[in-house]
Write a protein that binds this ligand. Sequence first.
Ligand code: AMP
Length: 300
Amino acid sequence: MKVLRTFSDVRELTHGSIGLVPTMGYLHEGHLALIDEAAEQCDTVVVSVFVNPLQFDDAADLDTYPDDLERDVELASRHGADLIFAPDVTEMYPARQRTTVTVAEVTDAMEGEHRRDHFVGVATVVAKLFSGVHPDVAYFGRKDAQQLAVVTTMARELSMPVEVVGLATVREMDGLALSSRNTRLTGTERRHALTLSQGLFAAARRFTEGERRSAPLESAVRDIVVGSAGVELEYVTVANASTAEPIDAVAGSAFLALAARVGSVRLIDNVFIDGSTGTVDTGVRLEGPSIVYGGDDPCC
Ligand code: AMP
């Protein structure tokens, strides 16, 4: 397993079909599920670890983002990654970045509305990874549903020769969506944060029972989250899964997404709901405690 710092080193060492898993590091089972899938489908698996300053609108969030490259290398290699690409900021942004990628409309609502220029940062760094690494397939989590729509739209509309694959959200045993930011929650905040997935699951049940209108689905979340201790809901929105545009009723593939602050930590979560099939994807749950809190990876 090699840790590489430059795009040219990555291109030199990849062969056959290339799978890319872009991450900001401090890996957890959500990332590892993406790596497992890439390892199953591709000849070379590249995991990028880069905390992208361009996509942070909050300096404190950037400063406190957890990192431990040695740990990430160990975990990624156990799950079949061949190369870790961990560039310095100067490799990624050698000069002032005058060229950025803006994906219109898909970025208007939800995260785009609440985090200024966040998606310009995301689309730009992912475009750079795609041009520098030349992946055939890139793996993203449904946990960041709007980001998945943004990246899929960008790749298609800029004719990038890469297939973008979205995989289910991995959750802790009690339902909390895995996030590297969960490590910053105190024990009490972690308990408070549970209300987010509980709200989404309640709405998913309403959907399964036949509710297709967005307003009652969003209310089902609000009824549980608003007023719950320690949690400040930023938004809850039903959106078209491909365009990320808010919709009034669910006819095709959609997601119900929320963002909330729990203490100083901002968390996002969602469930996918499909009006044409009546199915829901609430993600998959771990059977034991997550490695994100320092335990061992039960994988090997
Ligand atoms: P991040 O390191 O948070 O930028 O995430 C890197 C990739 O992992 C993104 O495609 C995320 O959507 C995905 N990811 C993050 N958390 C989860 C999770 N709980 N389940 C599945 N994928 C995830």
